[in-house]
Ligand binder design. Structure first.
Ligand code: COA
Length: 261
């Protein structure tokens, strides 16, 4: 389908979604969130696609936040609905996506932009990237999961400081904090991220799907992650990929994994 605010490029087993509102620094308005959701639903059903990369268009911004114009006159109910809908349609949806989602942070990732990157399974960044949660400068707090995911990723003290001070951190600091996994020159960001994604795409999609669920279980209330791991580990033994992976190893050849199974 046609999208107005995002671009989708498919390359072998990878899909790159580019948020494409460069004149607004790719700020996330409602239509963009809806389109991202739709695109992700379609890509989840596309058996050729194994890994999704999300990035921003232009050289300046990944995403400079939720679109401030859209919510400037909201009341309590509208504010809470905005956060709940966004979390459901996009942020939680990405966290629980059954294919790997990598955020390639190519510039400013602020507010909802950093929250989008943090909902992704992991992050790469360009040297010019700047990350922060500046909501308190607007009289707000992060509403798309930022208070939770930043704390999980960088620890309570750093999350408290970043959110209270609203200061941006550099890519180098984000790397030291463990907020991003790799920092490369901007021109190298997509090629580097695609190379990493291609390696992932050659591994068992069904095993990776279960690994995502098991890792996420660590952050769910009333769920024992070790028990979940045992359950998903057991399930793997019933998959075609397990047969193919072990057979290929014993036959001293590379495995040829099929679609999700
Ligand atoms: N929502 C809506 N529009 C935004 C936006 C956002 N979060 N971030 C940037 N824009 C728009 C600006 O309004 C401007 O539009 P205009 O040309 O129609 O006036 C355009 O994007 C370019 O931004 P500008 O502020 O002129 O660029 P800059 O280089 O001077 O500053 C930032 C860059 C990122 C520091 C600055 O845009 C900024 O602080 N943005 C808001 C960040 C924020 O608070 N995000 C959290 C939202 S919850």
């Amino acid at each position: 389908m046609e999208f107005e605010n995002i671009l989708i490029e498919k390359e072998e087993k990878l899909a790159v979604i580019t948020i494409n509102r460069p004149t607004k620094l790719n700020a996330l308005n409602k239509p963009t969130i809806k389109e991202l959701h739709k695109a992700l639903v379609e890509l989840e059903e596309d058996h050729d696609i194994r890994v999704v990369i999300i990035t921003g268009s232009g050289e300046k911004a990944f995403v400079a936040g939720a679109d401030i114009k859209e919510f400037s006159d909201f009341n309590l109910k509208e504010g809470a609905t905005l956060a709940a809908k966004g979390q459901e349609l996009l942020f939680d949806y990405i966290q629980n996506y059954n294919k790997p989602v990598i955020a390639a942070v190519n510039g400013f990732a602020l507010g909802g932009g950093l929250e989008l990157a943090m909902a992704s399974h992991f992050r790469t960044a360009s040297t010019n990237a700047k990350m922060g949660l500046p909501e308190v400068t607007l009289g707000l707090i992060p509403g798309y999961g930022g208070t939770q995911r930043l704390t999980q990723l960088v620890g309570k003290g750093r999350a408290m400081e970043m959110i209270m001070s609203a200061e941006m951190i550099t890519a180098e600091t984000a790397l030291a904090y463990g907020l991003v996994n790799h920092v490369v020159e901007q021109a190298e960001l997509l090629p580097f991220t695609k190379k990493l994604a291609s390696k992932i795409a050659n591994n068992s999609a069904s095993a990776i799907m279960r690994a995502i669920k098991a890792i996420n279980a660590n952050f769910k209330e009333n769920v024992n992650g070790y028990h979940e791991e045992i359950k998903f580990f057991g399930e793997c033994f019933e998959t075609e990929d397990f047969k193919e992976g072990t057979t290929a190893f014993l036959e001293k050849r590379k495995p040829n994994f099929k679609d999700h199974n």
